[in-house]
Design a binder for this molecule. Structure first.
Ligand code: MG
Length: 395
């Protein structure tokens, strides 16, 4: 390779890595709820990221369901590997867009901390149990984990993260909840839902990286599990396009096995979504010319896909919903997961002393039970369920 190639590539990377005016700058952070001296060698968002990685809730993600239950196979994604894939995608796009890589990484690694065992089924069951007691929502719970539930520091509950990280974790919020949170923390993390301005560009990016990641890996895991087939996928415009392109460039590929073919199709789909998002977002930024991070949040969202790519992604999501998330085998597992969560909730609510003391002694029993159950890994929930009910719902 000629030397000039490397030099020009180096400059391109170097230029792209420069933090843009519209990025979230840690020096301009609104700070932490409990003031702390700056760390000597790390910016505020790096420090947030590090605190998230060292948290108990983060370690538990390895044993929490994404779509397939953790014990169903060693090759399926768990919430931990999902979070790492989101962080990888979000970081590389942030670098290209001049956004703050440490903030997007912190957001990506924290975005699923509030998930219950058994994926969305667990959340639905817990929400039903908490009806009349404020409900349960995994995204609010992620914030609760970093604000309250982690107990590792002498000076404060939670991880005492920067405002920007906390705000970015709160992805969605009903008006009722937003007003309630705003009353507790005026001009706080829920303020944007009350007043109506966008999330930071880093948070917008992280949300879309999440979507890119799970669409791709759910297809991968879905095929690996045998619940969906490549033939079914060929009805989707994105899959068909990149399948045909890959086979055109590598005519021998179909003979090399379905797994390699699928990996290549998924790799191309992923790259296409990343490039589309980067191109669309760059064009919107060039048009809007936000002077700083605050200005970038007024008006419509600036991070996004082109309309054709959005349509293709919607088609893929509809397919996954129909063919995978609603597959009878997945539903049978989720029904059992719901039953476990439901039974655990009822037993602990009636006999709080079955929980560890720090939960059992709390005056708000229902919320304490929800926090305790939400924090469980799939396998711990199954074991506890068996201990408390004598029934074994998973093999
Ligand atoms: Mg996610």
């Amino acid at each position: 390779m000629p030397k000039a190639y490397w030099i020009s590539e180096y400059h391109a990377i170097h230029d792209e890595a420069a933090l843009a005016a519209y990025a979230s700058w840690p020096e301009r952070s609104r700070g932490r709820r409990v003031p702390e001296a700056a760390a000597p060698d790390r910016n505020a968002f790096q420090r947030d990221r590090d605190r998230i990685v060292h948290s108990t809730a983060f370690r538990r993600l390895v044993y929490k369901t994404q779509v397939f239950l953790n014990h169903e196979g060693d090759l399926f994604r768990t919430r931990l590997t999902h979070s790492l894939e989101v962080a990888q995608l979000a970081r590389s796009m942030a670098r290209g867009l001049g956004l703050h890589e440490d903030l997007v990484e912190a957001l990506a690694l924290a975005h699923d901390l509030g998930h219950t065992p058994f994926g969305h089924a667990g959340q639905d069951a817990l929400n039903a149990c908490m009806k009349g007691h404020g409900g349960f929502e995994h995204n609010l719970q992620s914030l609760r984990v970093v604000d309250v539930l982690e107990q590792r520091y002498p000076q404060f509950d939670g991880l005492n993260l920067s405002f920007e990280t906390r705000e970015g974790i709160l992805k969605h919020c009903s008006m009722r909840v937003a007003r309630h949170m705003e009353a507790l923390e005026p001009h706080g993390v829920a303020h944007r839902f009350v007043v109506g301005y966008q999330a930071s560009l880093e948070a917008q990016l992280c949300n879309l990286a999440d979507e890119i990641a799970y669409n791709a890996h759910d297809v991968d895991d879905g095929v690996r599990s045998g619940l969906i087939t490549l033939d079914q996928l060929m009805d989707l415009s994105l899959v068909r396009h990149f399948h045909d392109e890959a086979v055109r460039e590598h005519p021998g590929l179909p003979a090399m096995g379905r797994r390699r073919l699928l990996s290549e199709v998924l790799r191309r789909m992923l790259s296409a979504q990343v490039h589309d998002l980067m191109g669309t977002t760059r064009a919107r930024l060039a048009h809007a010319r936000p002077a700083d991070a605050w200005q970038a949040r007024q008006g419509p969202a600036l991070v996004g896909f082109s309309a054709p790519m959005r349509a293709a992604i919607t088609e893929l999501k509809r397919f996954l919903f129909r063919a995978l998330y609603r597959h009878e085998q997945v539903l049978a597992q989720t029904q059992r997961g719901k039953a476990v969560v439901h039974d655990l909730f009822n037993v602990y609510a009636q006999r709080p002393s079955e929980m560890p003391a720090e939960y059992a002694q709390r005056p708000d029993t229902q919320r304490a039970v929800a926090d305790y159950v939400a924090g469980m890994t799939d396998r711990f929930a199954v074991r506890e369920h068996e201990r408390l009910t004598g029934r074994r719902l998973f093999g």
